[in-house]
Design a protein around this ligand. Structure first.
Ligand code: F0G
Length: 487
C-alpha cells in the first residue's frame, strides 16, 4: 500500500496547503439557504445545533462521528457481508483486523463507543471508586458516574492553555497520578483511563513516553490501564510527527505499541474506522470473561454486537486504512491549515492544531458574554446563522447543573468545528474561515443564551435555548448590510 501525506507536497509558490490525496467519486448536494431561513431553522432547533435538520446545514462540522467519508474498498466490502446471527464470517474478518491493527486477540463487538463504556464501567466500577484519566468524554463520565464512580482529570498545566506549542497536551500529569492513588488507595482505582487525541480539550494527543510513565505507576500499584482508542489513529499520527523517537516508525507499529501498553482497548468505530459500531479488545482472558456476558444482554450476540454485518465488513477494512498515513493525516492536515489561518487572523483558536477539528475559544471570542450565558453555545448559533456551518458547543452547555441549581462551569468554552476525514474541500474550508473572520469583526453583536427546556442527563443533546435579547436580528441586519443578497 503506497502511503503519502499532504505535508510531503511542496508548492512552487511557497504555499503550505493540504492537498487531497483522494478523488471524489460520489457526491452529495449541499444546501446553503438564505440567512433569514437559517435564523428560522435555528429558532426551530432551540438555538442548539444538535437540533438542526441537516437539510438546513451547509457544512456539517458538528462531528466526525459516523460522518467520515468511506473508501471504495469499504463500500465494496459491504457486498461480501455474511448474514448470520451467530458465527458470521464478517465478524471473523473484523476480529482479524482488530488483532492485526491493535494487537489484541480477544474481541467484543458493541454497537458504538458509549456501549463499550457501559460494559467497561458496569464490569469494573463499584460505588466510591475513583477513575484517573487525562480528560473525560461526556458519555464516559455519564457511564462512570452512573455506576457510582468519580472521575479525576489529572492533566498537565499546559492542557487547558488555549495558545501553546506544547506538543502533547493530552498527557497525564504523573505526579498528580501518584498523589491521587495514594490519597484514595489503589484498591479504589479500578483502572486508569487514557483517551487518545483527548476530545474535549481540543483533540490533543498524549505521547508514548507519557503512556509508558503511566504504565510504570499502574504496575507499581497493580492497576490496569484502559485506552479509549476512538481517535487512536490521529494520536499515533501526532506521535510520529512530534515524538522524535517515532519519526521513522510506521503508524501500524505505533498503534500496536500504544495498545500493548494497556490491558483493555475500547473504541467507537464511528470515528476510528469511518463506519458505525465499536468494540472492546484485550489479551487477558480473565478481563474478557468478566465483560463478555454483558454483550448479549445490552448489544447482541457475540459475533455482531448490535452492528449489521455490512458495517462489520466496512469496519474491518476501515481499521486497516487507519494504519495508512495518507488516510490518517488527511483530517489533521486540514485542521492544521484552518487553525493556522485563523490564528493569523488573531481569531482565538486552540494551538497546537490537534485531531477531530478546529476549536475556537469562545471566552476570548465573546468576552462580553458571561459563562452562565453560554458563550460557546452562542458562538455556535451565531456561526450557523451567518454561514450555514454547523459546529458543536463544547463548554458549559455540555456540562451539568449542580444540586444547588447552578451550572458547573466548564473548564473551557469551545466551538468545535469538526473535520471528518476526506469530506470537505479547501475552498469550503476557506469559506468557513472567511465567515468566522466576519463574525469576529462583528462579535459585539452576538449575545448570550438561556435554557428554556433542559434535560436532566446529557442536556446538550436535546436541550432548547433562547437568545437573552434580540441579538440574532441585529446580527442579521449587519450581515445583510455587508453581504447584500449573498448567501
Ligand atoms: N470516546 C470518545 C473519545 C469519543 O469522542 C466518543 C464520541 C465516544 C467515546 C463515544 O462513542 O459516539 O460511538 O458512542 N464522540 C463523538 C463526538 C460523539 O462527536 O465527539 P460513540
Amino acid at each position: 500500500m503506497s502511503q503519502n501525506k499532504p505535508g510531503q507536497i511542496k508548492f512552487y509558490n511557497g504555499e503550505d496547503l493540504p492537498v487531497e490525496l483522494h478523488k471524489v467519486r460520489i457526491v452529495q448536494k449541499l444546501n446553503l439557504k438564505p440567512v433569514d431561513e437559517r435564523l428560522k431553522a435555528i429558532e426551530k432547533g432551540g438555538f442548539n445545533t444538535f437540533l438542526l435538520n441537516n437539510e438546513d446545514v451547509f457544512l456539517d462540522m458538528l462531528t466526525d462521528s459516523g460522518t467520515n467519508a468511506m473508501s471504495d474498498n469499504q463500500l465494496a466490502s459491504m457486498h461480501q457481508a455474511d448474514d448470520a446471527y451467530a458465527g458470521s464470517r464478517s465478524f471473523f474478518r473484523m476480529e482479524k483486523a482488530i488483532q492485526d491493527v491493535f494487537g489484541k486477540k480477544l474481541v467484543l463487538p458493541v454497537h458504538q463507543g458509549r456501549a463499550a463504556e457501559n460494559i467497561v464501567s458496569q464490569t469494573f466500577i463499584k460505588k466510591g471508586d475513583v477513575i484517573p484519566m487525562n480528560y473525560h468524554f461526556t458519555t464516559t463520565k455519564a457511564h462512570m458516574e452512573l455506576n457510582g464512580g468519580k472521575i479525576y482529570e489529572i492533566y498537565t498545566d499546559e492542557a487547558l492553555k488555549i495558545k501553546s506549542d506544547y506538543p502533547f497536551k493530552g498527557n497525564i500529569d504523573i505526579d498528580k497520578l501518584k498523589e491521587l492513588i495514594e490519597k484514595y488507595g489503589k484498591e479504589n482505582v479500578p483502572f486508569i483511563r487514557m483517551e487518545a487525541s483527548t476530545n474535549l480539550i481540543g483533540g490533543q494527543p498524549f505521547s508514548m513516553e507519557n503512556m509508558r510513565q503511566v504504565r510504570k505507576i499502574a504496575d507499581e500499584n497493580g492497576i490496569i490501564m484502559v485506552l479509549d482508542a476512538s481517535l487512536i489513529g490521529e494520536n499515533a499520527w501526532f506521535i510520529k510527527e512530534r515524538e522524535p523517537e517515532y519519526a521513522n516508525s510506521s503508524i501500524k507499529d505505533i498503534l500496536n505499541e500504544m495498545c500493548d501498553i494497556c490491558e483493555i482497548v475500547y473504541f467507537s468505530s464511528r470515528k476510528v474506522s469511518s463506519t458505525r459500531g465499536g468494540g472492546i479488545c484485550t489479551n487477558s482472558e480473565e478481563l474478557f470473561n468478566k465483560m463478555r456476558d454483558l454483550v448479549p444482554l445490552f448489544e447482541g450476540f457475540l459475533t455482531y454486537g448490535g452492528m449489521s454485518v455490512r458495517e462489520i465488513e466496512a469496519m474491518a477494512v476501515g481499521l486497516y486504512e487507519t494504519t495508512d498515513e495518507t488516510v490518517i493525516s488527511q483530517s489533521p492536515g486540514f485542521i492544521k491549515y484552518a487553525v493556522e489561518e485563523l490564528d493569523k487572523l488573531n481569531i482565538p483558536v486552540i494551538t497546537p492544531p490537534g485531531a477531530l477539528g478546529a476549536h475556537v475559544d469562545a471566552m476570548q471570542f465573546l468576552p462580553h458574554i458571561p459563562q452562565k450565558e453560554y458563550p460557546a453555545g452562542a458562538l455556535a448559533a451565531a456561526l450557523y446563522i451567518i454561514s450555514g456551518c454547523r459546529g458543536m458547543e463544547r463548554g458549559t452547555i455540555s456540562s451539568v447543573r449542580l444540586e444547588n441549581g447552578e451550572d458547573l462551569l466548564s473548564d473551557m468554552e469551545l466551538l468545535r468545528l469538526a473535520f471528518p476525514r476526506r469530506v470537505f474541500t479547501l475552498s469550503q474550508t476557506k469559506f468557513l474561515i472567511d465567515r468566522l473572520k466576519w463574525l469576529y469583526d462583528n462579535r459585539e453583536l452576538v449575545g448570550g443564551l438561556k435554557f428554556v427546556d433542559e434535560p436532566r442527563v446529557l442536556r446538550f443533546f436535546m436541550g432548547r435555548l433562547a437568545p437573552v435579547n434580540d441579538w440574532p436580528q441585529k446580527l442579521i441586519a449587519k450581515f445583510k448590510k455587508d453581504f447584500g443578497d449573498s448567501l
